[in-house]
Ligand binder design. Structure first.
Ligand code: NAD
Ligand code: UDP
Length: 371
């Protein structure tokens, strides 16, 4: 704790889904955090709620609305503060949109990252944790996917992840002072057990669980199941779902690993190692929520892989990190968040009000005690 207390960590995209959960875990671990985010796909309310959940650590969080491509603004931030490391979540992530608007994705995700890396280098901050994705495994020929499995990209979003990984490897190759951890997330779901922070995507959700959650609260009539003719246990696609709090803890472990002098540019999978089908996920959600999720069977979604799950041994061994939560807890916490905030952070107060003072004291403490 003494060591982390003095460390300023910059989180780009820290108002977003994974970022906000990571900010909380880092604050509770004693770090000082600056979040920059252009709020393109997030709300400042998330930052406010993280602050409330962080209790006595709240004063260690600072937020600045900023676009990563605004180099003068980044320069001025790095001139005003010394950062020990950067965790880089900031980017666009909608696969379908990336196919429709590839330049938007290359501009935002690649120019944003390059600008960040240039400013970091200029200010001697050469420690980075980057949000990569299991999407870089494409349609895996073999599962589980190990960090050495072949890489490919099926769409512009995936290509921005592959390019950024390569940029990071080249950077470390050119200057060994760079210490970089590329975290390949599998499928983050769930929410903080308090139900105060969670996923609140703009527009029609692309991912399975945000869609399921919107069906459960009555915002959409039915879930479309993309493909029931895969060679899987029930014909539907299989993924490795991971609780977002486990994922957030994986970042705390990665930050600690950056202090290891032997680290260069290293890749770690963050998953559970278990595959779950779409129908299994829906059944688990129905069980914990008591809500029926009407289904509409449809054809396969273009570019979708059949079965993807992680090999977890490397992260367990080298980061000393392992996912703790199972599918039932993921669905329980997803439903807790959704039922308290059916319209997300910006929903009408009558429908979605859920601020700390409303929560029974023991429940708040229970949530914090878990961290
Ligand atoms: P998110 O959209 O909730 O968070 C990303 C944040 O980045 C948003 O708050 C957005 O406003 C911000 N942002 C985007 N472009 C920016 C820019 N140019 N300048 C400043 N801020 C900017 O997404 P998330 O699910 O929290 O994902 C975080 C990261 O993890 C992303 O890089 C994403 O590609 C990656 N990832 C996500 C998943 C997933 O399923 N959620 C899986 C694998 C990897
Ligand atoms: N999926 C689905 N309906 C949806 C969204 C997703 O059937 O509305 C399926 C999808 O085909 C895949 C699984 O759910 O088999 C996970 O999809 P998601 O987009 O969440 O993650 P990804 O495919 O990017 O791993």
């Amino acid at each position: 704790m003494v060591e982390t207390m003095s460390q300023n960590i910059l989180l780009t995209g820290g108002a977003g889904y994974i970022g906000s959960h990571t900010v909380l875990q880092l604050l509770l671990s004693g770090y000082k955090i600056v979040v920059i985010d252009n709020l393109d796909n997030s709300s400042a309310v998330a930052i406010k709620r993280v602050q409330e959940l962080a209790g006595r650590h709240a004063h260690n969080l600072e937020f600045q609305q900023m676009d990563l491509r605004d180099k003068p603004a980044l320069e001025s931030l790095f001139s005003s503060k010394k950062f020990s490391a950067v965790i880089h979540f900031g980017g666009l992530k909608a696969v379908g949109e990336s196919v429709q608007k590839p330049l938007k994705y290359y501009n935002n995700n690649l120019i944003g990252t390059i600008t960040l890396l240039e400013v970091m280098a200029a200010h001697g901050c050469k420690k980075l944790v980057f949000s990569s994705s299991a999407t870089v495994y494409g349609w895996p020929k073999e599962v589980p996917c190990t960090e050495e499995s072949p890489l490919s990209a099926a769409n512009p979003y995936g290509r921005t992840k592959l390019f950024t990984e390569d940029i990071c490897r080249d950077l470390h190759q050119s200057d060994s002072e760079w210490k970089i951890i590329l975290l390949r997330y599998f499928n983050p779901v769930g929410a903080h057990p308090s139900g105060y922070i969670g996923e609140d995507p703009r527009g029609i959700p692309n991912n399975l669980m945000p869609f399921v959650q919107q069906v459960a609260v009555g915002r959409r009539p039915a879930l479309t199941v993309f493909g029931n003719d895969y060679l899987t246990k029930d014909g539907t696609g299989v993924r490795d779902y991971i609780h977002v709090v486990d994922l957030a803890d994986g970042h705390v472990a990665a930050l600690k690993k950056l202090a290891d002098p032997s680290i260069g540019c290293e890749v770690y999978n963050l998953g559970t190692g278990k595959g779950t089908s779409v129908l299994e996920m829906v059944a688990a959600f129905e069980k914990v929520s008591g809500k029926k999720i009407p289904l509409k069977m449809a054809g396969r979604r273009p570019g979708d892989a059949e079965t993807v799950y992680a090999a977890t041994a490397k992260a367990e061994r080298e980061l000393n990190w392992k996912a703790k939560y199972g599918i039932e807890e993921m669905c329980r916490d997803q439903w807790n968040w959704a039922s308290r905030n059916p319209y997300g952070y910006e929903g009408s107060p009558q429908k979605s009000a859920c601020f700390l003072p409303c929560l029974p004291r023991n429940q708040v403490q229970g949530c914090l005690a878990q961290n």
